[in-house]
Write a protein that binds this ligand. Structure first.
Ligand code: U5P
Length: 242
């Protein structure tokens, strides 16, 4: 691809300098990793689907007043976004016990929590993104108290909205991960929802069968990974013509 140098290459995406000032281009790859990149593979067509699903979700969230970095989709694998300074925290919301929470606390997967739980993980690949508390975040200066309050508020609104949206298409939103960024305009700083929202970073279970429709199919070698991502896109009404 004849494009400017990548700014950053992650596990599932490449970020390029955008065509307009203050923008970046997110390129969605088919590569998949799990368990801190110890497991690697590709999921055919994943990049295209995640690009479409992220476009859909970010657009809906903007409509309910969540500021996001998303500007527009450029093509099947790329989207133009506002450049932002990523807050070095992964924000996870859980509605149903699964994954690392089940393992860490010895709980049964599938137990619905009495209320959504927000967790923070420090973004550091070398450390395996450790779980941290708000105390760590504030004391170590990764975000201010005002920022953290805004992040948690936005996260819970995103969760409320997406739980309903998913319920409407027969999907349980078990948990998901969000990232936030800062955009500076002079002295004014705006926090925006950044990165992506796709089956790579959430758990989605069929409301009737509890069948997994997300990256756990890859993590746990359950098969049918491509089909699960396609089914999510189909139910959301964004399955691209092939
Ligand atoms: N998650 C990510 N990236 C990570 C770790 C977790 O997107 O580096 C997402 C998972 O896909 C899941 C949620 O939806 O965060 C909680 O993951 P876990 O802590 O149960 O593994």
């Amino acid at each position: 691809m004849s494009r400017k140098q990548p700014i950053y290459e992650g596990k599932a995406k490449i970020l390029y300098e955008g065509t307009e000032p203050g923008t970046i281009i997110q390129y969605f790859k088919d590569d998949a990793t799990a368990f801190n990149a110890q497991k690697r593979g590709t999921i055919a067509g994943k990049g295209v689907l995640n690009n479409m699903i992220t476009e859909f979700v970010m657009t809906r969230l903007a409509e309910i007043g969540i500021p996001t970095h998303f500007i527009r989709r450029i093509n099947m694998r790329e989207q133009l976004c506002k450049k932002c300074e990523i807050v070095p925290i992964e924000v996870v919301v859980r509605n149903i016990v699964a994954g690392s929470m089940a393992k860490r606390l010895g709980l049964e997967e599938g137990e619905r929590l009495p209320r959504p739980i927000v967790e923070f993980y420090y973004k550091d690949d070398a450390l395996g993104d450790p779980l941290v508390s708000d105390e760590h975040i504030l004391a170590l200066g990764w975000a201010s108290a005002e920022e953290l309050e805004e992040i948690v508020g936005m996260t819970l609104r995103v969760n409320d909205y997406l739980c309903g949206l998913m319920r409407g298409i027969g999907i349980k939103l078990v948990d998901f991960k969000l990232e936030f960024g800062r955009i500076w305009e002079g002295d004014f700083m705006q926090l925006v929802l950044a990165d992506e929202f796709s089956p790579d970073n959430c758990r989605l279970w069929d409301a009737v069968t509890n069948e997994k429709m997300d990256k756990d199919r890859f993590r746990r070698d359950l098969g049918g990974v491509e089909e699960a991502y396609q089914e999510v896109a189909r139910r959301l009404g964004v399955l691209p013509e092939s």
